[in-house]
Structure formats: C-alpha cells, structure tokens
Design a protein around this ligand. Structure first.
Ligand SMILES: *Cc1c(COP(=O)(O)O)cnc(C)c1O
Ligand code: SF4
Length: 343
C-alpha cells in the first residue's frame, strides 16, 4: 500500500512547470464520505465503503469523478474505484501475488520476464486506486522506487544486448516528476542496443493535465522510439481533456496503444467495448490488449468467464475493422509472453 505522503512528497520535488498536475495529484479524493457527497450517493452504504478501505484505500482524482453520473451506483467509472466490504471476503484461486512478481524481481525495480524487453518500476504511486489492481498487495514501499539508485538496473540492461525495449511502469511512472524521468531516460538512451522507450500509464486518462508538450519532452525528444500504452476501460473515461492530452502525444510522434481490463459490471458488454475502441481511435489510440482479470484477492467480483470474454471478442470482430480489436490475453506467471485466448 502506498502511503498518502508518497504522492505529496513527489509533488513537492516537482518542476514548477507542472504545478497543475502536481496539485491534482496531491488533491485526489481519499475520504469516502467526500465522494458520497460529491456524487449524491445514499449514505447508508458508507460503512461498507469504509470497510473496503481497510484493505486498500480509496484514491481517485477529481477530474475522474467529474465524468461520473451523480446518484448512479452502477456508473462504470465509480465501480472501478468504489471500495466495498465484500473485497475482504476470501475466494479460492485469488491471492495477494497472483503473478508471482515478488519472486521474479532479482534486481530492485527491474522485472525481466519476456525476451527483448525489461520493465522498470519507476514509481510505486498511482493517481488512482483501481480496485481490481494487483498493486493493492504489492509491497512497493519495500522497493522504495522514488528513492532508488538506478545504476544496478542500468548495468543489467547494458550487459544484455538482447534488450531492445525498456518499459517504464509502476504503479504509474507518470506519478514521478519530470526531472527524475529525464535523468533516467537519458541514461537509458545512452545504452546503444536499446531502441524503444515505452511508458505504461493511466495518467493521460485520470489526470490528463499531466500531459503537456514541455513536460513530456524527456519522452518525445530522445533518440529512442517513443511508445505509450495507456489504460482505459470504458468510453466514458475519454472526455475532451483526455483527447487533448492524447493528441499532444500523437503530434509529438508517440505511438499510442491502450490496454483494458475486462471487468464484470463495467465493460463486459458489447456496447461498452465497441464504443471504447471507436472512441480510442478517434483520439489517436489503437486497442492493444484486453486483459482477463488477474486473480488478486479483493477483486473476485470483477471476474468475467473466458467463455463470455470470447463471445464479446466475436461480437467486436463482427462489427469492427481488425485494427480496432484488442488481443484477448491472460497473464500467467512463468510464461514467455501474455497468453492469448483464442476462439
Ligand atoms: C506485460 C509485460 C511486458 C510487456 O509485454 P508486451 O507483450 O510486450 O506488451 C513486459 N514485461 C513484463 C514483466 C510484463 O508484465
Ligand atoms: S493505475 Fe494501473 S497500476 Fe495504478 S492502481 Fe490502476 S490499474 Fe493499478
């Protein structure tokens, strides 16, 4: 679990140019009662939400709440962030470390599971706490990414010239400040065999003001080919602020892809997935992965069966051009890639 002070501490060490997103990050909503008031929700369910916070606190940026429909419990954005008492129930097959990432982490902050690419845990923090996320149990505090000395990870990458791509991940790497990201990416670009710099971030969706041309020049102004994989689960997440942020990246030459987690009650219907693909494309983003849920404790109520997932992909395939169909995958520990689920 990330201490509340982490996001604020990172905010304090920021460039002055990014005051507005730093402010949004420091002012996320953490009090369920405030959320209930803003959305005019029935307070009788407040104790249940507070119980859900015991395991993983509420955290949601105000800009994301602005896109929710007031008084609607079934709002697909609310469902992604609302803590529930039932998250504390135990379910067979659901665990705290479903991907066994803790044992796959010999160098602090670096995960090398797949050929040709490594993943760096750049920031343990996120702007938002998504209830279905495996991060809810990952002990990032012990990994202490914001304080990390990167030399060991960079030496590892330098010594293995099969590594062509470095992925900045987290948490959310864009919760880190730009000076740190500039320093790190400059050192990555200095390794001759690395060609591609990829960022995995939900920030363009949840705090779109994070993305400005100057604040992203460590990504767009490097010899490395820039790729960003954003994370959006529902078309309602993509408002005009998000589209503006994405168009800024697109103009600067960043290849934009999206990953979605298939979530019961949120996007396990054809309408949501069809509209999401179309909306992403209009914003300059291609669908990349549709992930089956990681079986993390607290998220069992989001599970969608493989059979239903395949049905949904078939419907998408019958209605959309091939380039708007995400690949349906499941992450499985020990495998050499995400595992495709074919029908
Ligand atoms: C998902 C993931 C990647 C990226 O995989 P792609 O299929 O290239 O998107 C890389 N490393 C780790 C550890 C991952 O979990
Ligand atoms: S933004 Fe990504 S890493 Fe952060 S809580 Fe959500 S799903 Fe997890």
């Amino acid at each position: 679990m990330i201490p509340q002070t982490e996001a604020i501490r990172q905010a304090d060490t920021a460039d002055s140019s990014d005051v507005s997103w730093q402010h949004a990050l420091a002012n996320v909503i953490r009090d369920p009662e405030e959320l209930f008031n803003l959305l005019e929700l029935d307070k009788s369910k407040l104790p249940d939400a507070l119980r859900g916070c015991d395991d993983f606190p509420l955290q949601v940026p105000r800009a994301f709440v602005d896109r929710m429909v007031k008084g609607d419990w079934s709002d697909p954005l609310l469902q992604q962030i609302l803590p529930l008492g039932q998250e504390l129930d135990l379910h067979p097959g659901f665990s705290n470390d479903p991907l066994l990432e803790l044992s796959d982490n010999p160098i602090p902050g670096l995960i090398h599971k797949y050929h040709g690419r490594v993943l760096l845990i750049v920031s343990g923090g996120c702007a938002i706490n998504c209830r279905y996320c495996f991060r809810r149990h990952f002990p990032y505090q012990e990994n202490n990414p914001s304080q990390r000395e990167w030399q060991q990870a960079l030496d590892y990458i330098r010594q293995d010239n099969s590594i062509k791509e470095v992925i900045l991940s987290g948490g959310d790497p864009l919760a880190a400040n730009d000076n740190m990201l500039r320093d790190l990416t400059t050192r990555i670009a200095d390794i001759p065999h690395v060609e591609i710099l990829r960022v995995h971030s939900r920030m363009p969706v949840v705090i779109p003001q994070r993305i400005t041309s100057p604040s992203m020049n460590w990504l767009t102004n490097t010899r490395l080919t820039p790729v960003m994989v954003i994370h959006s689960n529902h078309p309602n997440e993509i408002d005009h602020h998000v589209i503006e942020a994405l168009q800024t990246l697109k103009r600067e030459g960043v290849t934009l892809l999206n990953q979605t987690v298939l979530l019961a009650g949120i996007n396990d219907n054809p309408e949501a997935l069809l509209a999401l693909s179309k909306r992403l494309f209009a914003a300059g983003v291609l669908p990349y992965y549709l992930h089956m849920l990681d079986k993390v404790s607290g998220a069992a109520h989001f599970e969608v069966t493989e059979r239903r997932a395949k049905e949904l992909i078939t419907i998408l395939r019958n209605q959309l051009p091939g380039y708007l169909i995400p690949k349906l995958v499941r992450e499985q520990s020990g495998e050499l890639s995400k595992m495709p689920i074919n029908n």
